[in-house]
Ligand binder design. Structure first.
Ligand code: NAI
Ligand code: MG
Length: 361
């Protein structure tokens, strides 16, 4: 049966990079390797400009009815003066909340061809391949009570509250363990169990849930140490699982070990296996419309979509292999350009991936 993909290209470089990802999907479709139907909808600033709402009801309902959502990026200076409820970012957050996307998967992979892109020494990062699994719908970002109150003394007091239920911890741990089963079977759960009761419970639930996964080697690390270890010796990690705020910080840190924001995909999944797939970067207004944006993060997001939501892992691997071979050929968009390599634009890079897809390894 045909799978439905909702494409929301968004703003800035969003439409440019999504167009290249769609070319890749179209090649697989024409070959009969996958059976997908694409539908397009508005989100972010593009939606605000068209209908006055960064997340129109019809976009949200189309997303709910789809098997997967492919998102470019939203936002830009044009919409910055708007009230926060009208801002493009509201469209993205609304999609995440509306679909219940509780599991954010952020791989940090250093392609050997781009070893010089990292700010870390090559021997520290060469061969880096870690997966950060971040809980996305709980924690201090959503816990009550919250807000800023004025005390009788006139001084203000700001409050946010870290909250997790056992079932929320269990389901994100299961996602991490399932992923680790297909990798090196090692999971490091990151918490602050020495200080925060909420994360002490997190650790207990992680241990209990791991009993269902006897092959998984589960370790625990305090978040401050985890941050240090990510920079000191990142290759010690296979899969990391953590809550929303720790994951926010650690996944950004891990992504920069690879030095190339234009290369990193992400997936956000819900309990039904539906997912939203997007590059980790934003709408890059500084380079929008110039045809120089790197489309590889978005193309690799399509590979994650095929793996996690569309049941087509072989096609996912083909895309990843095609990307690697294009890098072998020396093709580089400006963000990953280094001496001796061939500078290409967005479309040329997309075309090269398409060509590599059709060429055997
Ligand atoms: P950004 O990720 O858009 O850009 C940061 C830097 O990386 C820029 O110099 C940009 O040119 C470069 N860059 C990003 N993606 C690239 C690509 N594919 N190829 C080559 N270079 C690339 O982050 P920034 O500048 O902080 O935010 C710009 C806008 O994007 C803001 O409105 C922000 O709110 C929004 N944003 C949206 C996100 C999303 O849709 N998920 C995530 C982050 C920011
Ligand atoms: Mg994004």
């Amino acid at each position: 049966m045909s799978k439905n993909i909702l494409v929301v290209a968004g703003d800035g470089i969003g439409p440019e990079i999504v167009a290249e990802a769609i070319k890749v999907l179209n090649v697989l479709q024409a070959e009969g390797a996958i059976d997908v139907t694409l539908q397009h909808a508005l989100v972010g600033g593009a939606a605000y400009d068209a209908v006055g709402d960064p997340l129109p009801e019809e976009t949200l309902s189309a997303a709910k009815a789809s098997d997967a959502v492919l998102l470019g990026a939203v936002g830009g200076p044009k919409w910055e003066p708007l009230h926060i409820s009208k801002r493009p970012e509201k469209g993205l957050l609304g999609l995440r909340a509306g679909l219940g996307l509780f599991a954010n998967l952020r791989p940090a992979i250093l392609y050997p061809q781009l070893a010089d892109a990292s700010t870390l020494k090559p021997e520290v990062v060469a061969g880096l391949d870690i997966m950060i699994v971040r809980e996305l719908t709980g924690d201090i970002y959503f816990g009550q009570p919250r807000g800023v109150e004025t005390l009788p003394s006139g001084e203000r007091r700001g409050i946010n509250t870290m909250v997790y239920t056992e079932s929320e911890v269990e389901r994100i741990c299961r996602v991490a363990f399932d992923i680790a089963m297909k990798r090196d079977k090692r999971v490091c759960s990151v918490d602050k169990a020495n200080v925060l009761e909420c994360t002490e419970m997190w650790r207990e639930v992680a241990i209990k849930t791991a009993a269902d996964y006897p092959e998984i080697a589960l370790t625990h690390m305090y978040v401050d140490n985890a941050a240090m270890q990510l920079v000191r010796a990142p290759k010690q990690f296979d899969v990391m699982v953590t809550g929303n705020i720790f994951g926010d910080i650690l996944s950004d840190c891990a992504s920069m070990l690879t030095g190339s924001i234009g290369m990193l995909p992400s997936a956000s999944l819900n309990a039904a296996g539906q997912g939203m797939y997007e590059p980790i970067h934003g709408s890059a207004p500084d380079i929008a419309g110039r045809g120089v944006a790197n489309p590889l993060a978005t193309i690799l997001s399509v590979a994650m979509m095929l793996r996690y939501s569309l049941g087509a892992p072989a096609s996912a691997e083909r895309i990843e292999s095609a990307v690697s071979r294009v890098l072998d050929q020396g093709l580089r968009t400006p963000d990953i350009l280094s001496a001796g390599m061939r500078r290409v634009g967005t479309v040329e890079m997309g075309d090269a991936v398409v060509a590599a897809l059709s060429t055997p390894d």
